[in-house]
Design a binder for this molecule. Structure first.
Ligand code: I6G
Length: 679
């Protein structure tokens, strides 16, 4: 029978151990033990605390969630005001800021500390003798709201600081945010429960922090990065902002790994452009970069103007959301006949480009957002993502706004529009009779990842289809259907371009089975599935005639893909097109079917980054897949190898952080040649 002292000792040890693993998992992104082992530690602690409830303290890792719902948020005055930042919207604004700083300090050049500006919510954490006692929103800068119970549920926020070097009173300022992946998962959950999804990660983070019931906040994937301090009752060691961040990190607080010292305004602008390029690959949204004069002495010399420091500035990226008028809702018919409602907009500059169209996804989305022609809408364009209508500004709705009705006939070919039960998408039933579907099918067929016909751009395909000269992909290879003169006579073509295009078409005749299958544009058959089918069956006739059971035996192939494959190959028109293509010279070597081929990389996940010299990334991917490997776009703990070419970008950093082994091009070639590599 353990004594009460034994229990107290075990509890103390478990708390230290769990806090250590929390820090590695949530703050350093570098888990040290499997999740199941962590869960076991937590369960053991819970069991011991149940035996000795008098030993439960507020900083125990079991106590993150558990507080009762509040009836409202109490006010919290900030001992040191939470300031705002001045903004710079251009390089010129940055030059002007730097000129003010250097002039004020009477120096030629300043060292700045740079870090991304997260698109989240500013909060202040108050630690007393290392314990988290209060968390508050910024509010109006002088008085915020008490959100302690909610912030306690954020796993990357320590309930107790690490070590014992921290000042007795320490207020830490930072930004609470939601990662993109967390946001997507939350919105999926919201939709599954028929609840309203959030418009963007910032709104989701704000909504989650302002929950009166901390149990709800605990289910929300929030995180935090700290960027500075408020009230501190002992001078912090260190002469620079960077030193302060290093202290915060040492005490277990999360600090952005992107933080960097830069020299002068040139260094600031370089950092801004580098982060801008990395922006879409970051796991969270940012809306700019913050630059701070690094030396604390220089910060003090510069001081403040009204409510912003003179020594800091936020260099903002172009806004990703703007308001504009929705003129009308058009219908776009895609390759598979899907009818997509598209908003035609009054031109608006958003996310760094002028946008005139934005997707509305499908009929249900239009209804859910209640978007009507004539409305003022919020348009979002993030990175290279297709612009979308996020929401309607209902207060600005005109009396004559027109509701959307999905047409019953295809606006391009007049065929009946059908919406299958349980599906969100309405489709034109015209198949390749519909010129819109034909255009898209041919564009897909010719695209780089499919038959790779260089010089056959989208506009040219559209014109050729409209002229009635290109009715099927087989016509591309048939010089009697599409002779040199016709091609040369098209807008922006001529003899030379027609020659080049015909040479590119001829070159594409030598292809691979996987590419050919992918180029057919069968629904849900992407590159990976096409490669799996090619690896498994080796020959096209075997795929065309495979029954359901045989198809289901292929990796990555489920009932939906089986149904699509069977429907496609059942269609006599499709078989005829394939026959014509082969008759006109399209060919590929048979692949050794899976049963004859070794799969030494089966079950291993690879990620490719950077450009390679001896092969393209697509070729490397195909070769890896042929050996059974799975090739994915993003790195996780499950990744077996990251293959890096030249200019690898942020994936390399992530791999190093997660301990994923890295292969260079030579090692990849050696692996593909059947040699083993050492991690
Ligand atoms: O709102 C903010 C975001 C990020 C900040 C900030 C920051 O540093 C990375 N820094 C300061 C000093 C302030 N607001 C006032």
């Amino acid at each position: 029978m353990p004594t009460s002292t034994d229990i107290a000792v075990s509890i103390a040890q478990l708390r230290v151990e769990i806090n250590h693993h929390n820090h590695y998992y949530y703050v350093l992104d570098d888990p040290q033990i499997p999740d199941a082992e962590y869960d076991r530690l937590m369960q053991r602690l819970q069991a011991l605390e149940l035996q000795a409830p008098e030993l439960i303290t507020p900083d125990s890792p079991t106590q993150r969630v558990g507080a009762k719902p509040l009836s409202g948020f109490a006010e919290v005055p900030h001992a040191v005001a939470m300031l705002s930042l001045d903004n710079a919207f251009s390089d010129d604004d940055m030059l002007a800021f730097d000129a003010r700083v250097t002039k004020g300090l009477e120096v030629d050049e300043v060292i700045y500390c740079a870090e991304p500006k997260l698109d989240g919510l500013a909060v202040s954490l108050r630690y007393e003798r290392g314990l988290l006692v209060r968390a508050a929103t910024r509010g109006d800068g002088r008085v915020g709201e008490d959100i302690t119970q909610n912030v306690r549920t954020i796993n990357s926020v320590p309930l107790r600081l690490m070590g014992d070097e921290f000042p007795p009173v320490l207020e830490v300022r930072g930004e609470v945010y939601m990662s993109r992946a967390g946001f997507d998962a939350l919105n999926k959950r919201q939709r599954d429960h028929e609840e309203k999804p959030f418009a963007n990660p910032r709104n989701a983070a704000a909504g989650s922090l302002r929950q009166l019931d901390p149990k709800i906040t605990a289910t929300r994937p929030l995180a935090m990065y700290c960027y500075g301090v408020g009230e501190v009752d002992e001078a912090l060691s260190g002469a620079s902002h960077r030193d302060i961040l290093a202290c915060l990190k040492e005490w277990g607080l999360p600090v952005s790994p992107e933080t960097k010292e830069v020299r002068g305004v040139a260094g600031c602008l370089e950092y801004y452009h580098q982060i801008g390029e990395k922006r879409a690959a970051l796991p969270y949204e940012i809306d700019g970069v913050v630059f701070k004069v690094n030396s604390i002495r220089q910060q003090q010399a510069l001081g403040f103007v009204s409510r912003a420091p003179r020594w800091a500035i936020a260099h903002k990226f172009p806004a990703q959301e703007e308001m504009t008028r929705l003129i009308d809702i058009d219908i776009q018919v895609g390759r598979t006949g899907a009818l997509t409602p598209v908003a035609r907009l009054e031109a608006v500059f958003v996310g760094g480009v002028t946008v005139t169209n934005a997707t509305l996804h499908n009929e249900d989305e239009v209804r859910r957002k209640d978007v009507r022609a004539g409305d003022m809408v919020v348009v979002r364009r993030a990175g290279d993502v297709i612009p979308e209508v996020v929401s309607v500004v209902l207060a600005a709705r005109p009396d004559d706004a027109r509701a959307f009705v999905m047409p019953t006939d295809c606006p391009v070919c007049g065929s009946e529009v059908r919406r299958a039960e349980g599906e969100a998408v309405s489709r034109c039933s015209g198949g390749l009779y519909c010129s819109a579907q034909r255009k898209e099918a041919i564009k897909h067929f010719a695209s780089r990842r499919a038959m790779d016909i260089e010089g056959l751009g989208d506009k040219l395909v559209e014109q050729l289809v409209e002229m009635g000269w290109l009715n099927s992909v087989a016509d591309l290879y048939d010089r009697s259907a599409l002779p040199h003169e016709k091609l040369a006579g098209m807008a922006r073509m001529g003899d030379k371009s027609a020659d080049n295009l015909i040479a590119a078409i001829d070159k594409s005749k030598q292809t691979t089975l996987a590419r050919f299958l992918f180029s057919l544009g069968i629904r849900e058959v992407g590159q990976t599935t096409a490669q799996s089918l090619a690896n498994h069956f080796g020959k096209l006739p075997a795929i065309m005639d495979a029954d359901e059971e045989a198809l289901l035996a292929v990796a990555d192939v489920g009932p939906v893909v089986v149904a699509n494959l069977r429907a496609f190959f059942h269609e006599s028109h499709n078989r005829e097109v394939i026959e014509s293509l082969q008759r006109l010279g399209v060919q590929w070597p048979d692949v050794a079917a899976k049963r004859d081929q070794p799969q030494p990389l089966a079950g291993q996940i690879f990620v490719l980054t950077g450009s390679m010299e001896s092969m393209t990334r697509d070729e490397a991917k195909a070769k890896l897949q042929a050996l059974g490997a799975k090739v994915t776009a993003s790195i996780s703990k499950k990744t077996r190898y990251l293959v890096v070419g030249a200019d690898p970008g942020s994936k390399r950093d992530k791999a190093e952080k997660l301990g994923v082994p890295i292969l260079d091009e030579a090692a990849l070639e050696s692996l593909l040649a059947g040699h083993s590599v050492t991690d």
